[in-house]
Design a protein around this ligand. Sequence first.
Ligand code: FES
Length: 578
Amino acid sequence: MSTDTKKKLRSAQWFGTNDKNGFMYRSWMKNQGIPDHEFDGRPIIGICNTWSELTPCNAHFRKLAEHVKRGVLEAGGFPVEFPVFSNGESNLRPTAMLTRNLASMDVEEAIRGNPVDAVVLLVGCDKTTPALLMGAASCDVPSIVVSGGPMLNGKLLGKDIGSGTAVWRLHEDLKAGAISLHHFLAAEGGMSRSAGTCNTMGTASTMACMAEALGVSLPHNAAIPAVDARRYVLAHMSGQRIVEMAHEGLTLSKVLTRAAFENAIRTNAAIGGSTNAVIHLKAIAGRIGVELELDDWTRIGKGTPTLVDLQPSGRFLMEEFYYAGGLPAVLRRLGEAGLLPHPDALTVNGQSLWDNVQDAPSYDDEVIRPLDRPLIDDGGICVLRGNLAPRGAVLKPSAASPHLLRHRGRAVVFENFEHYKERINDESLEVDANSVLVMKNCGPRGYPGMAEVGNMGLPPKLLRQGVKDMVRISDARMSGTAYGTVVLHVAPEAAAGGPLAAVRDGDWIELDCAQGRLHLDISEAELAERLSHFQPPESPMQGGYQQLYRDRVLQADEGCDFDFLVGCRGAAVPRHSH
Ligand code: FES
């Protein structure tokens, strides 16, 4: 029977009394076959599951959850699995980012409203990691991340191919007439041949690395392949550990400190991580009350070498990354070079980040490069400012062409993504390799969710001439699997009246990554005159969630959270209804 004596845990406020309320809370739970002794005050561990067959990257999560449960039970906890909104990148339209904040609300309310003392966050596909961390951070209960792990290497005609990155390359080859449609379609099955997330250093892998660098997962969480038995061992051990964390009261805010975010920013540079991390880390930090600014990416990331030679910046895939030593090997190399800003930052296993990685072995210097032979000397996300982006824009140098990082060219302007699709294949389009492709109205409000369309495909006539890269500028995001000299997240966005809205065909634009400068070469007076005629674009959908999104979403430099969701509201138990 339950007793009145164990009230330390949060769940005791549901199950810890023998009055009418305790009766009711326990009675309904017992319809699942749960015996009396499980309500003896042991920690109740929520397993927050983003399983969905429409999120193929997370489709193996039922099995993952079973292994978490084994660990929880072994450690004397009471596991309860619950579903939350699963925003899968590959299927959701218009973009999975549209529902990141929605999923975070689901997670926050599910945690706060239910009798859970601690949570295991089962995450995988891009937006599921930030969404669950944002929701859990707003509650600040003990939390541990278990990622689903990457897919095995893709295979095509005997060669390895990487998720997403292969699609962009093959599609450009197809448009340039370099490969047949048969060749193109043959990659479909070979690219995605096992359970798991994208096997490149795309956004999913980046966010899994961010979770590990932030200290909210056990070591090696980022890279163990989804189908490797050690992924399930990690899930089991995370289940064990979360029970201890519930007893210790090791809440998320003790781990997600300013120091943890600085470690993550440095790590992102070292892994050649996705630009999406800039937005997601800001949003997570906002939920836990940590100040993080766009310029922190310059201050902490600039000058950091990229050590990990993974696609889309480099050659290899996540499988090789794990076999080469995974993220612990990278963190050790950074730490030994004095490049880990806060080695003493606490992690969820109760040890410091440095304790966890100081003896981590490396097995392959081609995949995880030594400091004196990096993939890129300065791999930190480049933050750009100027009259075209007063509140900033970003570019990923490791995925860009070095010769374009300082560039002056004439704008070819697309008013929105549809306009781009209409014009880009037009053989009479006035464009050459020196031009700068500019796309408007794809920011958080303009294309609700800020779609990953910033890496605009090049005009076919230039592809046929052998042009491989051009400077592209937009207020959109870019898939972490994509590459190119692509300026993203221009803020304020065009749909909010930012200067991007004023760019016209033929304007000169200057990009200088070393100086962090993005300049529209027109006078201040001319810019002001053009902007005085600004009209916000028509929205295709009125009402519903998209209306809420447009009305309340913050700009890219603020993490695209909803203004009313920023902050930690804690896990105080809401009033009960009985
Ligand atoms: Fe899900 Fe890439 S589409 S991780």
